[in-house]
Design a protein around this ligand. Structure first.
Ligand code: R5P
Length: 291
């Protein structure tokens, strides 16, 4: 029988514990001290053994959580040659191509760093695009947890529900979500100014939303701009209730408040990033992907 140790990094302690209990494995927590200059000092609370799983999401503070993940991995490597990095939310994954001349594709450096630190495998969840995954020089696997979000919505009594992607880039995700929920989907046309970040939704004929409950599906909600604009647009078309769901809810600043004020009834996300909206537990799916 394979023996595992799960190390729950400071950003993913609860999720790490849950994964460990699903695997029936040893669990090790970490102690984090942040010095006045911002440096992190991490101490492992015990010695790992067997195959080591390091769980650490890279959400804000992104750079600190990245360095913390790398530091834990490099320490774990002293105990095992089999280190699986589980990074449920991979910060920098959106920086996977050059949109404007001179822009640096930072995820390509991040990918190299994981190998350099000693990770032998990486598992991520609903990554923004598969382009980033191809840059890793170690086996890299993306797992989707859309089915878990769908299970949540199946339990709600929605009125003639319709799935909506806030942009064309999310069509495949919305289609999959709608198929699993056995409903239809549509996609809005979103435009984001690459310099200012400002989002606009292109006007179109969306009479089919009238009177129906809508589920806005995205991979992540960051500033909430995309969901807010989509909500404002859809409400003009006299829809029913609007729900917003995503795998990763960063909800920067007062994003949650702004989204609710725009007219969203509820935001439902997973525990790749802990928070008030993270009500869907994905630890069983991650544990399954590890063994
Ligand atoms: C973009 O293509 C992504 O799928 C999300 O729609 C976007 O990152 C969400 O960001 P924000 O909440 O800041 O609009």
């Amino acid at each position: 029988m394979v023996s595992y140790t799960v190390i729950g990094g400071p950003s993913s302690e609860q999720l790490g514990r849950k994964i460990s209990s699903k695997l029936n494995s040893k669990y090790i927590g970490t102690e984090l001290r942040v010095f006045p200059d911002g440096e992190s000092k991490i101490t492992l609370k015990d010695k790992p053994r067997g195959r080591i799983i390091v769980v650490q999401s890279i959400y804000p503070p992104v750079d600190s959580n990245l360095v913390r993940a790398l530091a834990i991995i490099s320490e774990a490597r002293r105990y095992s040659s089999d280190i699986c990095a589980v990074v449920p939310y991979l910060g920098y994954a959106r920086q996977d191509r050059q949109f404007l001349p001179g822009e640096i594709v930072t995820i390509s450096l991040v990918a190299k760093l994981f190998k350099a630190a000693g990770a032998t495998k990486i598992i991520v969840v609903d990554i923004h695009s598969m382009i980033a995954l191809k840059l890793f020089q170690i086996p890299a696997k993306n797992i989707t947890v859309v089915q878990e979000l769908v299970k949540y919505f199946k339990r709600l009594k929605l009125k003639n529900p319709l799935v909506v992607s806030p942009d064309m880039g999310g069509i495949a995700r919305a289609r999959n979500f709608a198929r699993l929920l056995s409903v239809d989907f549509i996609a809005l046309e979103k435009h984001r100014d690459r310099k200012t970040g400002k989002v606009v939704v292109k006007q179109g004929d969306h009479q089919q939303v009238r009177g129906r409950d809508l589920i806005l599906v995205d991979d992540m909600i960051s500033t909430g701009g995309s969901i807010m604009k989509a909500t404002q647009y859809l409400r003009k078309h006299k829809c029913g209730k609007i729900y917003a769901t995503c795998t990763h809810a960063l909800l920067i600043g007062d994003a949650e408040k702004k989204i609710k004020q725009a007219g969203v009834t509820k935001i439902v996300s997973t525990n790749t990033i802990p928070g008030k909206t993270s009500i869907v537990d994905i630890s069983p799916i991650i544990a399954k992907a590890i063994v």
